[in-house]
Design a protein around this ligand. Structure first.
Ligand SMILES: [Zn+2]
Length: 328
């Protein structure tokens, strides 16, 4: 699947809907009202009847209720044609560093507000299953700070000697948001926005996400040590310019989690420019999703995301930011 084939095959609204039906219901329709599988039929206008039937409507033989493929999904109540949704899904899934709502607004000729709402709904669909199994094996954990702008008082900046920070100097992480990322080597990432990075706040997250028998690796300058103790824990000493070493055949490094952060930061700084604190968790879902499906093609990744649209609703009122929408 690519943009060209989407336009060629699915410009017709019926074709686009049939594609979503095939993706969502590979084993036959599932009635969103009663859960009955494969027992629905397409509603057609009765012979001689003048009242038209809305295209794409199915009727369940069990509960006799009607539904369409968008019922109970992020597409419900959306006025955006399914073809446009399909193109947006593909753009989001194939852009390594993400794609901004502004870009989609310009490329697809929809309003900025629609594009903004669509990408947020897709991020929401990409959210990890809360019951996902714990990560196991070799786990790399790191924290990083994203967004915000570092404001330096000129007076203070001049007074600073290299490697020294005056007491009234703003910390480099002021107005930035802390993100904790846990990566299973050669496996999945789970990242999340955390208010404060302390052993006390991080420990419950690690306990929930990481198998107790896992081997954890972090860098040495980390406050995570207290949160990890007494688990098996190796540290790589970045301050000594060490980026990896072998101990008994085990490669001790945090390259995987740093690779994830570098993609995330390039996305947040280069693509989105500004990500507000209240929406950060949804951007993280988007980056986690792409990372966790990095080994498949863009088309396959798009189909994976389509598979996650059900059972999720996100209303505009739940999304309206505290401040007017900035160019994100
Ligand atoms: Zn039913």
């Amino acid at each position: 699947m690519n943009l060209k084939s989407i336009i060629a095959k699915y410009s017709d609204p019926d074709k686009a809907r049939e594609f979503f039906e095939a993706q969502r219901w590979p084993d036959g329709t599932v009635c969103p009202h009663c859960g009955l599988i494969g027992e629905s039929y397409r509603l057609k206008a009765k012979e001689g009847s003048k009242s038209p039937v809305r295209p794409g409507v199915w009727k369940c033989k069990g509960c006799r209720k009607q539904f369409t493929v968008t019922k109970g999904t992020i597409f419900e109540d959306s006025h955006i044609p399914l073809t446009t949704w399909l193109m947006t899904i593909h753009l989001v899934c194939s852009s390594k560093k993400g794609i901004s709502a502004h870009q989609i607004h310009r490329m697809l000729g929809i309003t900025y507000k629609s594009a903004w709402f669509m990408v947020h709904r897709l991020r929401y669909a990409a959210t990890q299953d809360p019951l996902a199994a714990q990560l196991e094996g070799i786990i790399e954990v790191d924290e990083s700070y994203v967004g915000g702008r570092r404001r330096l008082a000129k007076r203070v900046a001049h007074a600073t000697k290299p490697g020294e920070r005056p007491k009234d100097h703003p910390s480099p992480v002021d107005n930035k948001q802390a993100v904790l990322a846990i990566v299973q080597r050669n496996g999945d990432v789970r990242s999340q926005h955390v208010q404060r990075v302390t052993a006390k706040t991080i420990r419950p997250i690690l306990d929930a996400q990481i198998d107790p028998k896992a081997t954890i690796m972090t860098d040495s300058g980390t406050v995570l040590h207290g949160a990890i103790h007494p688990r098996v824990h190796h540290q790589v000493n970045h301050r000594e310019n060490e980026f990896g070493r072998y101990e008994n055949g085990l490669c001790i490094t945090t390259n995987s989690v740093e690779g994830f952060f570098s993609l995330l930061k390039r996305g947040i700084n280069g693509t989105f420019h500004h990500v507000s604190k209240q929406h950060l968790h949804r951007y993280l879902s988007e980056f986690d999703f792409r990372y966790n499906h990095r080994k498949i093609t863009d088309g396959e990744r798009s189909c994976k995301l389509i598979g996650k649209v059900a059972g999720k609703r996100l209303m505009y009122k739940d999304l309206i930011p505290e401040r007017p929408i900035s160019q994100a």
